[in-house]
Design a protein around this ligand. Structure first.
Ligand code: FES
Length: 63
């Protein structure tokens, strides 16, 4: 299933990148998710959170 249509990024690619990255931002930047129309960013983050793929040691503070 495609996560980012503009860049042809699939859910599998997101999962693979998540294994090699430390934060949501790093995962998205690594793949280029959201660097065109940007409509996919929210869904990509939700997918990472649903599958608990992003590691917790990122520098972003969430409130
Ligand atoms: S769908 Fe991802 S940048 Fe457009």
């Amino acid at each position: 299933m495609y996560i980012c249509i503009c860049n042809g990024i699939t859910e599998e690619m997101l999962e693979t990148a998540a294994k090699q990255s430390h934060s949501e931002r790093e995962i998205l930047n690594r793949l280029g998710v959201g660097n065109s129309c940007g409509i996919c960013v929210i869904d990509a983050i939700e997918k990472l959170n649903q599958k608990n793929l992003a590691k917790q040691n990122n520098n972003e503070k969430k409130s």
